[in-house]
Write a protein that binds this ligand. Structure first.
Ligand code: F6P
Length: 323
């Protein structure tokens, strides 16, 4: 292998830049030529591909977002799109790829590998922490800390006005962000797509709280299909308990940006190094992750099809700690 390219794809995540930096510098250290592809698979198709030097990744380790930009590509999901992308790589003699993103990114990468045989290593970069094959994904820790800062602020006003707050956090179909925020933010309850908490459960919890002289409550709601959104839940609860002063706050994309935490920068640096070392040692079509603090490589097929179970103990903890 002489020449590799790196790209970021799907939703951006804080720490992606630290990861790009690590990939570029580890590859240069081993004597490889390195290209950066802008706008993910779209840039690969369009040939938005640029040689990178050590200084190309200077002063980015602390920055959120991704200097390589990101996109979710429909065209790459077509045979024609992938053919164009492969031609662009061949023109530049690129013989290995590092894809930083989530399950959509790795689904595309796996197809590409199966059709063209080009070695690809995936690095899990998404705030959702929803990938099988890694205990943590890049950006998750920062997103949780950002959400917690917001929850702490909301707690002040919830407490001052004796209010109930439903706070919606991101996570797509995964409750990881919500659970961590529930524990770290001292929430009364957490609602995640993985479990079937009902409106009656919420009402019961709030009634019990009032019975124990709780004057305010925080309920963290994970976005996701199962529970609908925090506004709908709040409206249903209000119709049963009209005496409560209820507010809803949807934290939204604020969770996706900002300075990456130390944890995310270090995780990103480690995974970037392991991706390059994996490529050099002949690994293909795998995602590199960290499990029990050890680097592990998981076949794309497994990483994209197996779901990462939530830790039931964490949910139990929310309940116990909020008595
Ligand atoms: O996958 C990251 C994520 O932020 C999810 O938590 C969320 O559901 C989704 O992306 C939002 O996507 P978009 O930025 O396209 O609105």
């Amino acid at each position: 292998m002489n020449s590799i390219a790196v790209f970021t794809s799907g939703g951006d995540a804080p720490g992606m830049n630290a990861c790009v930096r690590s990939v570029v510098r580890n590859a240069l250290h081993l004597g490889l030529d390195v290209y950066g592809i802008k706008y993910g698979y779209n840039g690969m198709i369009e040939g938005d591909i640029h040689k990178m030097k050590s200084y190309s990744v200077s002063n980015i380790i602390q920055r959120g977002g991704t200097i390589l930009k990101s996109a979710r590509s429909r065209t790459f999901m077509t045979l024609e799109g992938r053919k164009k992308a492969f031609d662009q790589l061949q023109k530049r003699n690129i013989d290995g790829l590092v894809a930083i993103g989530g399950d959509g990114t790795f689904t595309g990468a796996n197809l590409f590998y199966e059709e063209y045989g080009i070695p690809i290593i995936g690095i899990p970069g998404t705030i959702d922490n929803d990938l099988f094959g890694s205990d943590y994904t890049i950006g998750f820790d920062t997103a949780v800390n950002t959400a917690l800062n917001a929850i702490d602020s909301i707690r002040d006003t919830a407490n001052s006005h004796d209010r109930v707050f439903f706070i919606e956090v991101m996570g797509r179909n995964s409750g990881y962000i919500a659970i961590q925020c529930g524990i770290g933010g001292g929430a009364e309850m957490v609602m995640v797509p993985e479990t079937s908490t009902t409106i009656d459960d919420v009402i019961q919890n709030l009634k019990e709280g009032r019975g124990k002289d709780k004057t305010s409550s925080i309920i963290v709601v994970a976005e996701g299909k199962v529970h609908s959104n925090a506004h709908e839940i709040a409206n249903k609860v209000l119709s049963e308990l009209p005496e409560l002063d209820i507010r809803v706050s949807t934290l939204g994309h604020v969770q996706r940006g900002g300075t990456p935490t130390a944890f995310d920068r270090i995780l990103a640096s480690k995974l970037g190094m392991a991706a390059i070392e994996g490529l050099i040692s002949g690994k293909k079509a795998v995602m590199v992750g960290i499990i029990d603090n050890q680097i592990q490589y998981t076949n794309f097929k497994i990483a994209i099809t197996k779901s990462k179970p939530i830790d039931e103990n964490m949910l139990r903890m929310v309940k116990i700690l909020s008595i």
